[in-house]
Each structure stands twice: as structure tokens, then as C-alpha cells.
Design a protein around this ligand. Structure first.
Ligand SMILES: [Zn+2]
Length: 236
């Protein structure tokens, strides 16, 4: 019997939270009007947020795959840039890039422009999310910067190993060999230039100009193989 009473008590204890609603019967209607209001109020009345970016130090733990001893730039000279980008879904997103400390201003300047133009980017995660596997990051159409690796088809360090290069929308902007092929099946229809398409970079367009203004050259201007996704400080 005592247990039954306890059960009743605990049942009653659960109810008080619901009880005030009927008790104050007028607010009953308020509850109905209140619940729809907060949802649309915050995002749609203010529109998309303004561009924002933050530069912070990186730890070794944040780069478990992309950095190792012997890399040409120490991780202490790299920075994490957390910034707003405009997505393929026409919505703002927060992305992360790791670049060399000396070029964070360049990156913030260019990506503010891209965001203000609503120029779309598919996704932006550290290459460590793909265990620093360049092929997998590209296959996932991921925009990324630092990766301590050799240049494609070379034994020299890539500019990505210095944190001074970025690959943007690699599916729409593939690395195309001199004979016109790409290693990525999902990029095959994007090997020609110029061409229209969401997130496609073309010769002389505003994306190329925005990077050029801060001294970054486009891989789409290379002779022979073209790297349409690639921008690097000073070229190469
Ligand atoms: Zn690249």
C-alpha cells in the first residue's frame, strides 16, 4: 500500500509542471501563440548572419594526420581559421581551414568576399577528417588548405605543406591532366573551361580576381596540367 501511495506521490510530483498550464487558464492560449513565434523570429527576421571569422592557434592534437615532425612548417606557425561560408544549399555554414600564420589575412579577405557574393562552397573541413588523404578529401568535394604532403606527381613539398595553398570545390574544379583526364569519376563533367555551374571557377572570374588581389595564383592558369581547385600564395 505504501508503495502505491509513493507511486501516486511521484506521479503527482511529475504533474505540477503540467499543472500550472491549466491553472493559469488564460496563458493556455499564450502557450499556443508563444511556441510558433520564437522559431521564425530569430533567423528569418534578421536574414543570414554577416561574415565572421576567427583565427586561433592549432594544437598538435587538431592535426593528427596532416602534420608530423619533419614537415616544412611547424604546427605552431599554422593557424586555424574558422569562418562563415555560403553552402550549396543556399545557407550559411561554418567551416574550418588551417593555413600558415602569415596568410590568415589573405584568407579572411577572400572568403569574406565569397560569402558576401553568396558564392557557394560544398563543404569545408580539415583534411584530418579524411585522415589527411588528399584523394578522399577531393572525392568528398571538400575545400581544404594545409596538408603536409608532396605535390601531385612530385617528390617536392606541395604548397599545401606550407599552409599557403587551398583547394576549393575540388569536384567542380578538378585537377585535369594535360591529356584532359581526372582521377575522380564524379568530376568528369567538370573538366572543361569555361563552363557554367554552381561553385565552378573560371578563367578571369571574380574568385580568381579576389585571390589575385592578395597575391594568390590560380592553378587553372598552369600550362599542361590544370588544377582548377588550387590557389597558392605566389603561385606553384
Ligand atoms: Zn591544391
Amino acid at each position: 500500500m505504501a508503495l502505491v501511495v509513493l507511486g501516486a506521490v511521484s506521479c503527482g510530483a511529475g504533474e505540477p509542471s503540467a499543472a500550472p498550464a491549466p491553472a493559469t487558464s488564460a496563458p493556455d492560449q499564450e502557450v499556443l501563440t508563444e511556441s510558433p513565434t520564437p522559431a521564425p523570429a530569430t533567423p528569418s527576421s534578421t536574414g543570414p548572419p554577416a561574415f565572421s571569422s576567427k583565427v586561433s592557434q592549432v594544437t598538435r592534437e587538431q592535426l593528427p594526420y596532416s602534420w608530423r615532425p619533419g614537415c616544412p612548417v611547424h604546427y605552431r606557425d599554422l593557424r586555424l581559421v574558422t569562418l562563415t561560408y555560403w553552402g550549396f544549399d543556399d545557407k550559411p555554414h561554418t567551416g574550418e581551414l588551417v593555413v600558415r600564420e602569415t596568410v590568415t589575412d589573405d584568407i579572411e579577405t577572400v572568403f569574406k568576399k565569397l560569402y558576401d557574393w553568396r558564392w557557394p562552397i560544398k563543404q569545408m573541413k580539415l583534411v584530418d577528417a579524411f585522415k589527411a588523404d588528399d584523394f578522399d578529401s577531393i572525392e568528398a568535394n571538400n575545400t581544404s588548405a594545409f596538408n603536409c604532403r608532396q605535390a601531385t606527381g612530385s617528390s617536392n613539398w606541395s604548397n599545401h605543406a606550407y599552409g599557403e595553398a587551398i583547394d576549393i570545390n575540388p569536384r567542380e574544379n578538378p585537377y585535369v591532366t594535360a591529356s584532359g583526364s581526372t582521377a575522380h569519376q564524379n568530376a568528369k563533367k567538370f573538366t572543361e573551361r569555361p563552363m557554367n555551374g554552381k561553385g565552378v571557377i573560371n578563367p578571369g572570374d571574380k574568385v580568381v580576381k579576389a585571390f589575385a588581389k592578395v597575391g594568390w595564383e590560380w592553378g587553372g592558369y598552369w600550362s599542361g596540367a590544370k588544377d582548377y581547385q588550387h590557389f597558392s600564395k605566389g603561385g606553384g
